[in-house]
Design a binder for this molecule. Structure first.
Ligand SMILES: *Cc1c(COP(=O)(O)O)cnc(C)c1O
Length: 385
């Protein structure tokens, strides 16, 4: 009998084809897969994770939920993820129901759904830079034009400037990140309100996405753009379980909006995009919301102490309401990043020239960071860029 994979002609070594030789889309040529370096280090302060893993009790519940889900793994999962969306709506409050909530594998997938539905060829999305480095990639992957509109010198977003930019670029979607990554600066709900009200006049079809990935870390988390949903039907508020919720590994992002926007996401999503296991574990996490979020206050406090300490050392620090902060400015930020890494402390080389971003961690991690930075004593620049 012939083995199915045995060629009838003698084996000739074949040189593996390279990416350059493949008929890749032109706009993907020369692109690198995105992502912060994933390195094994004692002190990882580079991707704004919550450093505290779930308790043994919650882990056991998660294991039990997966075991139960495994009992019907031969069947497709609930395509509408109704139970999960109900739990997410209950968590958000503001009178929201499952019909107002959409969920996917991380807010990266939620954002992709929004751009697939409302962006695409001939359409434009605006981001307010410096901001989340993934947005241009979501735009590229959905063939949407991305325009970066600069923030103010102190990294704020102003309503008049946003409205002017929307008109100038004929934007179809705008992405406002609050607290913003990598700056940590916030955009007040009153400003979002002003933007939505102004858009109803100048470009009523424009979708406004407010990315509140770090909302739970802010001083008043209830002060959310969710409050504006009943009045602004083109508004979308995006959230994630990756940061405050200590659930980055679970990959669960979600949004809240008027039901028609949820319907738009349902059209473009891949069928059964949330696996039975993903839905089951996320439900356990949400059932234990209080415990999952119990370190948020402490991390917020660590972040405020960290900013204060950095200022005392003479660094420029952008005032942050999130669980990370941007500080500098360094003559050679890459050298500082590398020297910290050599001492087992991994932070992020991102943001405007000369700045580095560090996440809030455990008290031990914060001590390790302070000691490493003190040991390096890097050269800083005094003036702003
Ligand atoms: C981390 C982060 C997210 C979360 O992404 P996930 O895909 O849900 O892990 C979303 N938006 C911003 C601005 C972030 O920094």
């Amino acid at each position: 009998m012939n083995q199915p994979n045995t060629p009838s002609t003698p084996n000739r070594p074949v040189t593996p084809i390279t990416l350059d030789e493949l008929p890749l889309r032109d706009e993907l040529r020369g692109e690198e897969p995105y992502g912060a370096p994933q390195l094994e280090v004692p002190c990882a302060l580079n991707v704004n994770e919550n450093p505290y893993p779930p308790s043994a009790r919650v882990r056991e519940q998660m294991a039990r939920a997966v075991s139960e889900a495994a009992g019907s793994m031969n069947r497709y999962p609930d395509r509408e993820a109704l139970q999960l969306r109900t739990a997410l709506a209950r968590y958000l409050g503001f009178g929201l129901g499952p019909e107002h909530v959409w969920a996917a594998n991380g807010s990266n997938e939620v954002m992709t759904h929004l751009l697939q539905a409302f962006g695409g060829p001939g359409r434009t999305v605006l981001g307010f830079s410096p901001t989340y480095s993934m947005y241009p990639e979501y735009a590229r992957n959905t063939l949407t034009r991305y325009v970066a509109v600069p923030r103010t010198h102190d990294f704020r977003v102003e309503a008049e400037a946003v409205l002017a930019a929307v008109e100038e670029h004929q934007a179809d979607i705008i992405l406002i990140t609050t607290p913003n990554n990598p700056t940590g600066t916030t955009t007040p709900v009153s400003v979002i309100d002003e933007i939505c009200t102004g858009l109803a006049r100048v470009r009523p079809q424009c979708i406004v996405v407010v990315d509140e990935a770090y909302q739970e870390f802010t001083e008043v988390p209830e002060d959310s753009a969710l409050a504006l949903l009943p009045r602004h039907q083109h508004l979308v508020v995006s959230r994630t379980m990756s940061k405050a919720f200590a659930y980055a590994g679970g990959r669960l992002g979600y949004l809240a909006a008027t039901p028609a926007i949820i319907d738009a996401c349902r059209i473009v999503r891949l069928p059964y995009h949330l696996s039975a296991a993903a839905q089951a574990i996320a439900l356990v996490a949400l059932d234990n919301a209080e415990e999952m979020l119990q370190r948020v206050g402490e991390l917020r406090e660590q972040c405020q102490l960290l900013q204060q300490w950095l200022r005392e050392q003479g660094y420029q620090v952008v005032p942050s309401q999130a669980n990370f902060c941007l500080f500098g400015r360094f003559e050679d930020r890459h050298a500082v990043w590398q020297e910290l890494l050599d001492r087992g402390v991994l932070i992020r080389e991102t943001g405007p020239e000369g700045y580095l971003r560090v996440s809030a961690g455990t008290p031990e991690e914060m001590r390790a960071f302070r000691e490493a930075l003190t040991a390096i004593a890097p050269t800083t620049l005094k003036e702003r860029p």
